[in-house]
Design a protein around this ligand. Structure first.
Ligand SMILES: [Zn+2]
Length: 220
């Protein structure tokens, strides 16, 4: 369900998904006050960078950037554990469940520049499974914040472990960091890979190798 609320001077857009995919509320809001306050600051930043925020092309840029930043940081509005709990099903299946190549867009907390790539998420159920899309949504809920790739990897792992309590969780993230590509060392093609495991992925080499093999065709 999409609801647009607003009038000529305020723009408050609420996108609400309820029930269709498992009964949790996904709400995106551009907060009017936050947008105005951020826009004021972005106007100043533009000036400090030596540009004229009043010129035609930049006139609405501060507001656009403020809204874009709220979109990119929307993870703070989401509760990842609730996303999984909204679609937990009792099931005897005890084989590996893998969702690979989950598109990932996040924001490096040191430079506020994007890092992006793929996440591969697996778990071995122990009585409960969750909707496959929920693994992607949990990835998004943690990624759309100020992050470092290492912590992001562990947060996804821990969230799945704590909610589903499976026999094991595996998360691998491969990402390119704009802060390395366009500034600093300026390495255009480097890919950072991080991984985090629990349970049988940690204890059982064979299980871990099976996972790596199954996602292997996509790894760099
Ligand atoms: Zn950075």
């Amino acid at each position: 369900m999409t609801t647009h609320k607003g009038n000529s001077e305020t723009e408050k857009i609420t996108v609400s998904t309820n029930g269709e995919e498992g009964g949790y509320n996904k709400v995106e809001i551009w907060d009017r006050e936050a947008t105005a306050a951020m826009a004021k600051n972005y106007r100043e930043i533009i000036t400090l960078l030596g540009e004229d925020p009043e010129r035609e092309g930049l006139e609405n840029t501060p507001v656009r950037v403020a809204k874009a930043m709220q979109f990119l940081m929307q993870g703070y509005n989401h509760n990842p554990a609730e996303i999984i709990k909204s679609a937990m099903f009792k099931e005897d299946y005890k084989q590996m469940v893998i969702v690979k190549d989950i598109e990932l867009y996040s924001m490096c907390e040191h430079h506020m520049l994007p890092f992006f790539g793929k996440a591969h998420v697996a778990y071995i159920p122990n009585g409960y499974i969750t909707g496959l899309s929920k693994l992607a949504r949990v990835t998004d809920a943690f990624a759309r914040r100020m992050q470092v790739q290492e912590r992001l990897t562990m947060q996804i792992r821990d969230c799945i472990q704590e909610t589903l309590q499976p026999l094991g969780v595996a998360v691998v993230i491969e990402a390119q960091h704009m802060c390395m590509q366009i500034r600093g060392v300026q390495k255009q093609h480097s890919v950072t890979t991080t991984s985090a495991f629990t349970g049988c992925f940690l204890k059982n080499l064979q299980t871990r190798e099976e996972f790596i093999h199954l996602i292997g065709s996509t790894l760099h």
